[in-house]
Design a protein around this ligand. Structure first.
Ligand SMILES: C[S@@+](CC[C@H](N)C(=O)[O-])C[C@H]1O[C@@H](n2cnc3c(N)ncnc32)[C@H](O)[C@@H]1O
Length: 399
């Protein structure tokens, strides 16, 4: 199909490159590009394809960016939402069934609607989900995480896709993708999703997304430690409805060895209630000794301002054992909820704080279940040029 001069120019502008830069990238003369843009010559199909290839790798100029809509499934406290709002996205539907998470969500994002609860009635009737450009879902990881798997196994129950409760939530997500055909999706999960059940779970997921739903899919495990002082590895699965050459391979991932240290997120003065009681501190020390004697590496993680924390888990409220902060002449302490907010990149020291309207217990669970916002922002930025190209193309098709 022939393209008009205006369309060629629009595509060229989307690359963020000048006529001279495009000419040298494509091995054409600047005059040739000018002729395409003035309508003197109809662009050759192969020159157009090559031009579109450059859109993929170049950031889109702010003035040309189109806004888009997204839905936030298994929304938790909106970590994925924060990132996609930061690239011009508008959240039009939220599903999160935990009332405490809903409370935090509503305290931080202004919507003229309430979050919906259980996603399953919606996936049964996907028409009730509004049309959207991007679907975001951090579907619950428990059936796929090591902890979840061993717990379910020990209870003699099936797990993953055989589990008839949480394990099917991926299928609910897939049903919505199938019915609504968003331009793109981003799914997030624990790193262990890739190896669960000898890789079968992940193979099934990829098979559904690629072969049953027909999306171009790539995935990557990213360690958050380049962005925040926390080792936190999560798998991100990005999919595009229209075929493109999106890949995580060329995404700029910050070096975990060069990331910030805990000093950047710790408060100077902290309420005494966060200091561990003698009873709990003795218990944790004895527990560690017992396991070390058996040759197991289990135990608490004791850290200071120059260290990087272990992964914050949803069970941090129980004993705080994975991240204990050293204190001079005192038992160590837990992180405060606001320190957790910083550890997850929801707020930075000195800036406007993230609203935490719930109890400490609920707040720890919510942050431990969430995503590291700057990591998702980097993923969103990496997806953005591809998404923008799809948005422009669908606008052109609608004209
Ligand atoms: C791993 S967390 C996702 C956290 C989120 N990405 C964030 O940034 O905070 C999964 C969330 O799914 C919610 N959830 C689990 N089952 C659900 C269901 N059937 N419908 C709606 N939400 C559900 C849980 O309450 C939990 O908050």
């Amino acid at each position: 199909m022939a393209i008009t001069a205006d369309e060629y120019k629009q595509q060229r502008l989307l690359t963020g490159l000048t006529i001279d830069e495009i000419a040298s990238q494509l091995g054409l003369s600047s005059r040739q590009i000018q002729r395409y843009e003035s309508g003197e010559t109809i662009p050759k199909a192969r020159d157009l394809t090559a031009l579109k290839g450059l859109i993929n790798i170049k950031p889109v100029k702010a003035s040309l960016k189109k806004s888009f809509t997204f839905i936030d499934l298994f929304a938790g406290i909106g970590g994925l939402r924060c990132a996609f709002s930061s690239i011009n996205g508008q959240c039009i539907f939220t599903s999160e069934w935990d009332r405490f998470a809903q409370e935090t969500y509503q305290a931080n994002y202004r919507d003229n609607r309430l979050p919906e609860g259980d996603i399953r009635p919606f996936s049964d009737k996907p028409k009730s989900v509004p049309d959207h450009d991007i679907l975001l879902a951090g579907f619950p990881c428990q059936p796929f995480s090591l902890a979840g798997v061993s717990k379910k196994n020990s209870l003699g129950r099936p797990h993953g896709f055989l589990c008839d409760t949480q394990g099917t939530l991926f299928h609910d997500t897939a049903k919505i993708i199938d019915a609504k055909k968003p331009k793109a999706f981003l799914l997030e999960n624990v790193k262990n999703l890739g190896s669960h059940d000898g890789g079968n779970t992940f193979r099934t997921i990829l098979n559904v997304l690629r072969n049953e739903l027909g999306y171009h899919v790539d995935y990557k495990v990213i360690n958050a430690a380049g962005w925040v002082p926390q080792k936190r590895e999560r798998i991100f699965i990005a999919g595009f409805r229209d075929s493109n050459d999106f890949s995580f391979e060329n995404m700029k991932v910050l070096d975990p060895a060069k990331g910030p240290r805990l000093g950047t997120i710790l408060d100077d003065k902290v309420d005494e209630k966060y200091t561990l009681s003698d009873k709990l501190w003795n218990y944790l020390q004895n527990y560690k000794k017992k396991h070390e004697a058996k040759g197991n590496g289990f135990g608490f993680g004791l850290v200071g301002p120059n260290d990087v924390a272990r992964t914050l888990s949803a069970r941090y409220h129980k004993d705080g054992s994975e991240i204990l902060i050293k204190q001079n002449g005192k038992n160590p302490r837990r992180l405060t909820p606001h320190e957790c907010a910083r550890l997850m990149g929801f707020e930075t020291k000195g800036d406007e704080p993230f609203n935490i309207p719930v109890s400490d217990t609920q707040a720890y669970r919510q942050f431990g279940n969430s995503v590291v916002v700057p990591v998702v922002k980097a993923v969103a930025k990496h997806m953005e040029p591809y998404l923008q190209r799809d948005l422009v193309e669908s606008l052109q098709a609608a004209e």
